[in-house]
Design a binder for this molecule. Structure first.
Ligand code: ADP
Length: 172
């Protein structure tokens, strides 16, 4: 982040946020899934999936690699773009934290390319992908702090109180 970047925390539903860009914890197929991905596609409508399919057919025939990010329209969400990023599956036997950090760095890089000034992130990898939320919060916040970006607000939107507390520990 830079001197003009603020990290804010909200407990709630990321699909209800009014921001320039919403980050999606996608899977590499880009074709939708459960959790936050399912919620974004449900509320955002079919335009998002249509662009994801086009990306599969063009740049990402083998899927979006873990740790990378790519943007589509935000469809009916109150946002201009969805930035899809693929978090690593937690593995207690292998340190994949660099890939989780990369999700945040790459999402902010894409946000800068788009000119997004407010970006909402979910707690990437902490659902189906099994990452312990305290550790994920530490990595996410450190990665945002280490990334030079023109984004003015990075808003972490945490679904439950447990995740909110984990992020609050890192930010305050
Ligand atoms: P991953 O596959 O990266 O683990 P999940 O979608 O399973 O992604 O979970 C990531 C996080 O998103 C979890 O902490 C989950 O509680 C949270 N989550 C699920 N739905 C929403 C939502 N609508 N808004 C914000 N966070 C959500």
């Amino acid at each position: 982040m830079t001197a003009t970047t603020r990290i804010t925390l909200v407990q709630g539903d990321i699909t209800r946020q009014s921001v320039d860009a919403v980050v999606n914890a996608a899977n590499s197929s880009l074709l939708g899934g459960g959790g936050v991905d399912g919620a974004i596609h449900r509320r955002g409508g079919p335009e998002i999936l249509a662009e994801c399919r086009a990306l599969r057919a063009s740049r990402y025939g083998r899927g979006l690699p873990t740790g990378q990010a790519v943007a589509t329209t935000a469809g009916d969400l109150d946002a201009r773009w969805v930035i899809h990023t693929v978090g690593p599956v937690f593995d207690p036997h292998e340190d994949r934290s660099e890939l989780l950090a990369s999700c945040h760095r790459e999402s902010l890089r894409v946000a800068d390319e788009l000119g997004a000034r407010t970006v909402a992130f979910p707690a990437v990898s902490t659902g189906v992908y099994g990452w312990p939320v305290d550790d994920a919060a530490r990595i996410a916040v450190a990665s945002v702090r280490a990334t030079a970006t023109a984004v003015e607000e990075v808003r972490f939107v945490l679904f439950d109180a447990r995740a909110f507390r984990a992020f609050a520990e890192q930010v305050h």
